[in-house]
Design a binder for this molecule. Structure first.
Ligand code: NAP
Length: 490
C-alpha cells in the first residue's frame, strides 16, 4: 500500500492532524493508498512557503534557460518512469493502460513544450511619440494556486504546473482528493531534478478545506482551476477578496453535429470516441450528438450496435476499451441521471445499467448508454453527466443544427462532420465554443489553446496563451532625453 505525503518547502510531510484518507482502485474497490489529509492549516503553511520563496527571487530570477533545463529534466524523468506511472494512473483513476500511457507521454511533451517556449523571443516595443521608448515585458504572476480534478490526474496537473514553473512562479498545488497518486509521483520527480525547495508545494485534502483556503488567501496571486462549473463559481467568489487573477477550465455539454453527406463510418467512429473515451469523464466529451434527419435512423442503429460491443472492464486488462467510473459516488450520480432520463420520457436505446459479473462486481462500471427521443428541456440534454451517457437528436437543416448546438449554457467544445468544406467552416464558426474539430473529435495539442466560452470557463490553457495565463504584462517607458518637462513654471 502506498503512503502518500504532502510536499511542502522541500519536505515530505503528513498533515498537521496526521489524518489519512483511503484511496481506492475504482475497478476493484480495493484500498491502494493512504493519502495525508490536509486541512486549511496545512494549506496556509504551504502558501506562506510559496510566498516567501517567490519573494526571494530564487526561482523567478533564474534565467529562462536555467528554469527550462529543470523542466526538460522533469520530462526525461517522466519518460523514464512511464511504465510505473501508467500502471499507477490506471490503478487510481481506472482508465485503461492505453489511455494512461498516452497521458504520461503527453505530460512529458507538455513540459518540453513550455521549457522550449520560455526561452523564445518575448515582449514587444512600441513606436510611441516624443523622446520615449516604450516596451512590454512579461513577469511571473507570483504565487499560483493550482487545483485540478480527477479525470486526468497527471495530465491536468502538468497542464498547469509546466507553464506556471516555466514562467517563474511558485506554486501551491492541490490534486483531487480521489486521485492524488500520480501527482505525488510528479512531485517526487520535481524533488529529484533539484528544483529549489519551496518553489513547488503539494497539499492534499478536500476542496472545501484546502481548495477553499488556497482560493481565499490574500497571499495567493492567481488561481488556475480545472473542475466543475459549480465549483468554478465558488472559486470566483472566494478569489474576489484580493482580486486574484483567475483561470477557469470548467464543464461542458458539447455538440457533435453530423450531416448526411459525412463519411458515415468515420462519423460513427469518432462519435463513439467523442463520448466513450475516458468513460465519458472528459470535459470536452461529445455528449450531445446531433444527426441530420435523413441518416438519423441508420446512424442510431449503427452507433448503438457499436456502443454495445465496447469491451468494458478493468484498465489492467489489455483488451479493455472502456474502464470504470472513478468512484462509487460518481457512479451513483451517473446512474441517477440515467433514471432521470427515463423519467423525463427519453427512449433508452442501449446500456443504462451498472455492469456486474465477469469480475466487475466490486468496481464502478456503467454500460455505454444511448438515449434518443429527447427534448431540449430535459436534464439529460442540459446538464453535464460526465459519464458514458449520450443523447442523440435529429435536425432538419444547417440553421436547425446550429440552434440546437448552441442551446446550452456551456461552450467548451464541438465538432462537425461533413464532406462539404464550406459548410463545415460555416457551421464551426457559428458554434459558440473554444475547442472545435472538423471531421474529428478529441485530438488535443500542447501548441493549441484549450478553454471554453460561456459557462465553460475563463482564459485558455496550453499553447502560448497557457503561458500568458501565468504571466503579468508590464510596460516600461524609457525617456531618451533626460531633462525636466517644464510643465510647472516655478
Ligand atoms: P470538482 O468537484 O469541481 O473538483 C475539482 C477540484 O476542485 C478538485 O480538486 C476539488 O477537490 C476541488 N474543489 C472542490 N470544491 C472546491 C472549493 N469550494 N474550492 C476550491 N476547490 C474545490 O470537479 P470534479 O468532479 O473533480 O471534475 C469533474 C469536472 O471537471 C467536470 O465538470 C469536468 O467538465 C471538469 N473538467 C474540465 C476540464 C476543462 O479543461 N475544461 C478538464 C477536466 C475536467 P476535491 O476533489 O478534493 O473535492
Amino acid at each position: 500500500m502506498l503512503d502518500l505525503k504532502m510536499y511542502i518547502d522541500g519536505e515530505w510531510r503528513d498533515s498537521l492532524t496526521k489524518e489519512k484518507r483511503d484511496i481506492l482502485n475504482p475497478a476493484t474497490g480495493e484500498i491502494i493508498a493512504q493519502a495525508a489529509e490536509g486541512n486549511a492549516q496545512d494549506a496556509r503553511l504551504a502558501i506562506a512557503v510559496a510566498r516567501t520563496t517567490f519573494d526571494s527571487g530564487v526561482w523567478s530570477e533564474l534565467s529562462a534557460v536555467e528554469r527550462a533545463s529543470y523542466l526538460f529534466k522533469i520530462a526525461d524523468h517522466l519518460e523514464e518512469r512511464q511504465e510505473e506511472l501508467k500502471l499507477l494512473e490506471t490503478m487510481d483513476n481506472g482508465k485503461p493502460h492505453r489511455e494512461a500511457g498516452f497521458d504520461v507521454s503527453d505530460a512529458a511533451a507538455c513540459f518540453r513544450y513550455y521549457a522550449g517556449l520560455i526561452t523564445k523571443p518575448d515582449g514587444q516595443t512600441y513606436a510611441v511619440p516624443g523622446p520615449m521608448q516604450s516596451m512590454v515585458i512579461h513577469e511571473p504572476v507570483g504565487v499560483c494556486g493550482l487545483i485540478v480534478p480527477w479525470n486526468y490526474p497527471l495530465l491536468m496537473s502538468v497542464w498547469k504546473i509546466a507553464p506556471a514553473l516555466a514562467a517563474g512562479n511558485t506554486i501551491v498545488f492541490k490534486p483531487s482528493e480521489v486521485t492524488p497518486v500520480t501527482s505525488v509521483k510528479l512531485f517526487e520527480i520535481i524533488e529529484e531534478v533539484g528544483i529549489p525547495k519551496g518553489v513547488a508545494n503539494l497539499v492534499m485534502g478536500s476542496g472545501a478545506t484546502v481548495g477553499q483556503e488556497i482560493s481565499t488567501s490574500h497571499l495567493v496571486d492567481k488561481i488556475s482551476f480545472t473542475g466543475g462549473t459549480k465549483t468554478g463559481r465558488e472559486i470566483m467568489k472566494a478569489a474576489a477578496g484580493n482580486i486574484k487573477n483567475i483561470s477557469l477550465e470548467l464543464g461542458g455539454k458539447s455538440p457533435n453535429v453530423i450531416f448526411a453527406d459525412a463519411d458515415f463510418e468515420t462519423a460513427v467512429d469518432y462519435a463513439l470516441f467523442g463520448i466513450f473515451c475516458g468513460t465519458g469523464q472528459v470535459c470536452a466529451a461529445g455528449s450531445r450528438i446531433l444527426v441530420e434527419e435523413s441518416i438519423y435512423e441508420a446512424f442510431l442503429t449503427r452507433f448503438a450496435e457499436r456502443a454495445e460491443n465496447i469491451r468494458v472492464g478493468s484498465g489492467d486488462d489489455p483488451r479493455t476499451e472502456m474502464g470504470p467510473l472513478v468512484s462509487k459516488a460518481h457512479m451513483e450520480k451517473v446512474l441517477d441521471y440515467i433514471e432521470i432520463g427515463k423519467r423525463e420520457g427519453a427512449r433508452l436505446v442501449c446500456g443504462g445499467y451498472r455492469m456486474t459479473g465477469n469480475g466487475l462486481d466490486q468496481g464502478y462500471f456503467v454500460a455505454p448508454t444511448v438515449f434518443t427521443d429527447v427534448t431540449s428541456d430535459m436534464r439529460i440534454v442540459r446538464e453535464e453527466i460526465f459519464g458514458p451517457v449520450v443523447t442523440i437528436q435529429s435536425f432538419k437543416n444547417e440553421q436547425d443544427a446550429i440552434a440546437l448546438a448552441n442551446d446550452t449554457v456551456y461552450g467548451l467544445a464541438g465538432a462537425v462532420f461533413t464532406t462539404d468544406g464550406a459548410k463545415a467552416l460555416r457551421v464551426i464558426k457559428k458554434i459558440r465554443a473554444g475547442i472545435t474539430w472538423i471531421n474529428a473529435y478529441h485530438p488535443t495539442f500542447n501548441e493549441a489553446p484549450w478553454g471554453g466560452y460561456k459557462q465553460s470557463g475563463i482564459g485558455r490553457g496550453l499553447g502560448t496563451h497557457g503561458l500568458e495565463e501565468f504571466q503579468e504584462v508590464k510596460q516600461i517607458n524609457i525617456n531618451l532625453q533626460v531633462e525636466p518637462t517644464g510643465w510647472f513654471e516655478n
